[in-house]
Ligand binder design. Structure first.
Ligand code: FAD
Length: 444
């Protein structure tokens, strides 16, 4: 059996290795147009700031590593087309320019996503960057080390924009974040996003909301941006962080069904509409566990699961994906921001009647040194009392509480159950009544 995988990062390499584990005789070929493979995209801001100083630690494996498992990774090879009638891919070797065909029995598409680049005058000036892969990070590092920019403009107040605000601040830049919406972090409810905004202002990170960039100006290199509020902002470094699009343009006309946003529609088994063709990761759609609807939520955590499921099912398995709760977490300076399940905005869109509970409590008992407050906002469905969503902003212990709440939502627990949870307690770790218990108490 011959398997072709397109894309050699989280989704693709997880799928390839699962195929190998299931079928030691399989021929497995992985094509990637990049030369870095199997890297940690999630670590790029820390590589730029210097918190991770070794490129090798974010790109720990190369194609030689996968050769040991008889997985043939062909880098600098771009798949131009998928011929679903004849089970073939058309591939271009980017080193030689040679274009050739390669046949498959099963195909896994894991081509991920690429940053959206807004069509703004001056966008081509030097000093304007996106951040998606290791080469983007290399380019950013090289520019900073060459020109020592002082004034950074970050376009887009999502988690990548905020992680980079921290990185660039550490590197000595003044930061302005320009956000088109009325709050940064548009995936959060605005009351929780405002907590993050206040914190960033304390850290001297400026934010302009309800504002967009009209054009960039400079001679060769960017010098300033003209904003929709009429202001002129001096900026010698710009990061565009306004979202990503699935990398699926090469599939147009292939017969593989794409959703309006360009993501590949897959079922719970990661199957596309074409027999023998699977998709995984940021190029594909995913189910929101709480309503079964298709959503687009490009995350490494999800890409890994989807890759494993695609690999399992391509080799004859029948593993079903339970769907996601869109659980996510990131940090900016000392603040951690996390969420799982429904926000109020999403619950309203689905017509769900819900109640909201807010608590602000220390992450450990206050008698023990180092206690820090966190704010939890939770949502429960009124009729069933099931917990359906949580958002947390705080400096310590947020990771543990969001994972407990994600598990509670996954398992269909009610607000009464939250109070009853038998969670571990000793003063350095928690309080006798954990913040999760308090959520249960205020909502019961
Ligand atoms: P990708 O990583 O995009 O890989 C796809 C690969 O396919 C690429 O190497 C590309 O070159 C290749 N490719 C595309 N088209 C073709 C083609 N036609 N032919 C051949 N090759 C092709 N997620 C989290 O869960 N937590 C985090 O903390 C987090 N932090 C992040 C921070 C940053 C700065 C960024 C950029 C992302 C972060 N993510 C995070 C998201 C995470 O990195 C992605 O969800 C994950 O990399 C998706 O993996 P993937 O394999 O689906 O796609």
């Amino acid at each position: 059996m011959k398997y072709i995988v397109i894309g050699a990062v989280a989704g693709g390499m997880t799928a390839a290795m699962k195929i190998r584990r299931n079928d030691d005789k399989a021929e497995i070929i992985v094509y990637d147009k990049d030369t870095d493979i199997s890297y940690s995209g999630c670590s790029l801001a820390y590589y730029i700031s210097g918190a991770i100083d070794n490129r090798k630690s974010i790109v720990p494996r190369d194609k030689q590593y996968f050769k040991k498992f008889n997985v043939d990774v062909k880098t600098a090879h771009e798949v131009l087309k998928v011929d679903t009638q004849n089970n073939k891919v058309i591939v271009k070797d980017l080193n030689t320019g040679n274009v050739f065909e390669d046949g498959f029995d099963k195909l896994i598409i894991a081509t991920g996503a690429h940053p959206v680049i807004p069509q703004i005058d001056g966008i081509e000036l030097e000093g304007i960057f996106v951040l998606r892969n290791v080469k983007d990070a290399d380019r950013i590092k090289e520019f900073i080390n060459t020109y020592f920019p002082k004034k950074a403009l970050i376009v887009g107040g999502g988690y990548i924009g905020l992680e980079m605000a921290e990185a660039l601040k550490i590197l000595g830049m003044d930061i302005l974040i320009v956000e088109k919406q009325e709050n940064i972090l548009s995936n959060l409810d605005s009351d929780m996003a405002r907590l993050v905004e206040s914190y960033l202002e304390e850290k001297d990170v400026m934010i302009k909301k309800n504002t967009s960039v009209l054009r960039f100006e400079g001679d060769k290199r960017v010098k300033r941006a003209i904003l929709s509020d009429g202001s002129k902002i001096e900026a010698d470094f710009v990061l565009l962080a306004v979202g990503v699009r699935p990398s699926t343009q090469f599939l147009e006309g292939s017969g593989i069904h794409l959703l309006p946003n360009g993501s590949i529609q897959v079922d719970e088994y990661m199957r596309t509409n074409i027999d023998g063709i699977f998709a995984a990761g940021d190029c594909a759609s995913v189910y929101f566990k709480l309503n079964g609807k298709t959503i687009y939520m490009p995350l490494g955590s999800t890409a890994n699961k989807m890759g494993r499921i695609a690999g399992e099912n391509a080799t004859g398995g029948s593993m079903k994906f339970s769907g996601i709760l869109a659980t996510s977490i990131f940090k900016v300076f000392d603040l951690t921001v996390a969420q799982t399940g429904y926000t109020e905005k999403m619950a309203q869109q689905d017509g769900i009647e819900y109640e909201v509970g807010h608590i602000t409590k220390p992450h450990i008992t206050t008698a023990y040194p180092g206690a820090e407050k966190m704010t939890i906002k939770a949502l429960a469905e009124l009729s069933s009392r099931k917990v359906i969503g949580a958002q947390i902003v705080g400096t310590k212990g947020v990771d543990k509480r969001i994972d407990v709440l994600a598990t509670a939502i996954f398992a269909g627990l009610t607000t009464d159950d939250l109070f009853q949870l038998d969670l571990a307690y000793a003063p350095p770790f928690s309080s006798a009544k954990d913040p999760v218990h308090y959520v249960g108490m205020v909502m019961s």
